[in-house]
Design a protein around this ligand. Structure first.
Ligand SMILES: Nc1nc2c(ncn2[C@@H]2O[C@H](COP(=O)(O)OP(=O)(O)O)[C@@H](O)[C@H]2O)c(=O)[nH]1
Ligand SMILES: [Mg+2]
Length: 330
């Protein structure tokens, strides 16, 4: 944080953090701007405040024009799955979004940088996975649209930091908050929605900043005393880009999806743009992804990959595996 920030400025920043409506946010940002000492050391902060102000003003304009009152955010799913980053401030969520997806985001030592969802696409082998970074969430401070986005996501990454901050100590509070909101984080098994009941959400704990001195001890403490085998704990460093390939693989494996390539008889398979199916899907499900009638008229299929021999003839209920190639016969 730049030096020489006045108490008035810090108060305005606090006001901004608590602001809920666009108008409140704009008012607080204007105060921050007024109280911010303008010199080289605050260049980035000045730019951040200006960018936020203009974005919010535009939002307000749009709201007025459409006559609609926007109460939150919604992130349309894209790619093979939606993964949401959740955690207390300063644990490196924005940094993780950047290293996984390349998305340029605000990364800073002060906690109010991300006030709306930030979205990027993470390439994994031949598919893309959507990563959504949410504003910091703590038991004391969250907004409803954050809960809604978490509820709808395919995978939850709780991002903590192996530094001397308190993120590992607030982990249980965060889990409790989610449970209060009918979201049950689970370490193993299948996530999913029940019609009226709580939603089970597959969850991984990311232990970031593994590069720091003493990180090993904090990791040990986190695993032994805090998480206690309830969830997988995966250490990474965004700073020195450690374990990121492994994390990508873990994310893919945790999404519970498979890729299936299709081919026409007598032609080579199309190895681009695989069908994305839930783990456990069969040949009929795959056909249905292409067209409803296709599934109805399907007689049999041939499979390369998981089958006992290449091009083996299989029935509709044959369970497909990741990277199988299927040839449909109707
Ligand atoms: N040492 C270290 N610092 C990190 C790492 N990842 C992020 N940081 C720093 O932690 C601070 C907060 O990062 P940011 O991504 O904005 O966290 P967020 O508030 O969770 O989005 C910044 O100063 C980052 O440079 C890491 O792997 N190692
Ligand atoms: Mg952030």
């Amino acid at each position: 944080m730049p030096a020489n920030l006045t108490p008035q400025y810090l108060a305005a920043e606090e006001e901004y953090r608590r602001a809920r409506t666009i108008e409140e946010k704009i008012a607080a940002l204007r105060k921050m701007w007024a109280y911010l000492p303008k010199h080289k050391g605050t260049d980035k902060l000045q730019a951040d405040i200006k960018a936020k102000l203009s974005r919010l003003k535009k939002e307000l304009e749009e709201e007025k024009k459409s006559g609609k009152r926007r109460t939150g955010f919604y992130v349309k799913k894209e790619g093979a799955g939606q993964v949401v980053l959740v955690g207390p401030p300063n644990t490196g969520k924005s940094s993780l979004l950047k290293v996984l997806t390349g998305k340029e985001v605000n990364i800073a030592d002060y906690p109010f940088t991300t006030q709306m969802p930030d979205v990027g696409m993470m390439p994994y082998e031949d598919i893309q996975i959507q990563i959504v970074d949410l504003p910091p969430i703590t038991k004391e401070r969250f907004v409803y649209w954050q809960i809604d986005i978490i509820r709808g996501a395919d995978l939850l990454l709780i991002v903590l930091a192996l530094d001397d901050g308190d993120s590992v100590f607030v982990f249980d509070d965060l889990i409790e908050l989610l449970k209060e909101k009918n979201i049950i984080p689970i370490g193993e098994g299948k996530g999913g929605m029940e019609l009226f009941g709580p939603v089970k959400k597959k969850t991984i704990v990311i232990a970031n900043k593994a590069d720091l001195d003493g990180a090993d001890e904090v990791l040990e403490f986190l695993k032994e005393e805090v998480v206690k085998n309830r969830y997988p704990v995966y250490p990474v460093s965004c700073k020195i880009k450690e374990n990121l390939l492994g994390l990508k693989k873990l994310i893919f494996n945790s999404l519970g999806i498979i890729r299936v390539y299709t081919k026409e008889p007598g032609k080579p398979p199309s190895l681009e743009d695989p069908l994305i199916l839930k783990e456990g899907s069969n040949v009929k499900d795959a056909a249905g992804k292409i067209h409803k009638d296709f599934a109805k008229n399907l007689k049999y299929a041939r499979v390369w990959g998981s089958s006992r021999f290449p091009g083996q003839r299989v029935e509709q209920d044959y369970i497909l595996k990741d990277k199988d190639i299927v040839e449909f016969h109707i």
